[in-house]
Write a protein of this length. Structure first.
Length: 318
């Protein structure tokens, strides 16, 4: 048999540089694609910074993909609602993001204020905020100090006891003044939007709270004593009124009896003359019993010794 020589096909040496260039091109293209395309998520705003020109070229509000120059970089900031918590639990030692605010009342009493602020960033005004706080620490450097100052200035206008009685008013004033302070702060330029402020608690010293509780207890006892005194007076007045009505009834009855007696005597006088009355013997007790007896009553009048008898009817009044 004849031997057949098999020759392997090899690419020409000129193809090696071409393949290498292709690989380099693909790598460069991948890098460019990676650096040219960026994305921003939900509730995020992207700030595009150009270090070559030293400017902030623009913003992109997510969610979306966008293009940028390879030398530009992106700073992403969330604009969803955030919470600024300032509170301290002195029993457990726990605290919020920030401790409670220490303030002095109008009468010099030290109180601790627990408060929560809900806020967010206006993405359309994020550039100015970023230029003033490129480290993104505007909560620490602006919001928290302004809130402390507002709370302390407000509490200083109230007596310690008023922080209990006027809690709603104090909360409203803090909200109004804090929002105004945010708007007037040039470094923020209206980029911070306050969604709500909750005045959670104003912690008073224990000895002051005990004094207030004692005072309230004394006032309750005073009110109870006053109520009891008024009740006794009402009952006494009712008893006195009943006795007065009873006395008036008795007096009216006596007046009726007296009128009946007077009328009877008057009628007797119409029957007999004056000289006969002097000789007539009628006792007061008998006349009183007769008049008080009721019904049809007649009095027999005898004039003089062995004189004629006269019958006089006595009208009765009910």
């Amino acid at each position: 048999m004849e031997e057949v020589e098999v020759k392997s096909l090899k690419p020409p040496r000129a193809w090696g540089p071409i393949i290498a260039l292709a690989i380099v091109f693909l790598v460069i293209l991948s890098i460019l694609a990676f650096t040219l395309v960026s994305s921003v998520g939900v509730s995020e705003v992207a700030i595009i910074v150009d270090p070559l020109l030293g400017t902030v070229s623009g913003t992109v509000i997510g969610p979306r993909y966008f293009f940028k120059m390879p030398w530009q970089y992106v700073v992403k900031v969330r604009y969803s609602v955030e919470s600024l918590d300032m509170w301290t639990d002195y029993v457990t030692g726990q605290r919020g993001e920030w401790p409670a605010i220490t303030a002095l009342t109008k009468d010099g009493l030290e109180v601790h204020v627990d408060i929560t602020v809900r806020w967010r960033i206006d993405p359309t005004k994020i550039v100015n905020l970023y230029l003033n706080y490129p480290d993104l620490r505007w909560e620490e450097k602006a919001l928290a100090p302004l809130l402390r100052e507002t709370v302390r200035n407000t509490v200083a206008n109230y007596m310690a006891i008023e922080t209990i009685e006027k809690r709603a008013e104090i909360s409203r004033i803090i909200s109004e003044q804090f929002i105004e302070a945010i708007k007037s702060e040039k470094s923020l330029a209206g980029a911070i939007v306050i969604e709500g402020i909750d005045l959670r608690n104003i912690e008073l010293p224990e000895d002051f709270k005990r004094a207030v509780e004692q005072k309230l207890a004394e006032e309750q006892m005073k009110l109870a004593a006053q109520y009891k005194r008024e009740r006794i007076l009402i009952e006494a007045n009712a008893t006195a009124t009943a006795k007065i009505l009873e006395a008036l009834g008795e007096a009216k009855a006596k007046i009726i009896v007296a009128n009946s007696t007077a009328q009877a005597l008057e009628m007797i006088g119409q029957v007999i003359n004056a000289s006969d009355i002097m000789n007539t013997y009628i006792t007061y007790t008998l006349l009183k019993d007769i008049v008080a007896g009721g019904g049809n009553v007649y009095i027999v009048v005898v004039s003089g010794e062995g004189g004629a008898a006269t019958v006089v009817p006595v009208p009765m009044r009910g």
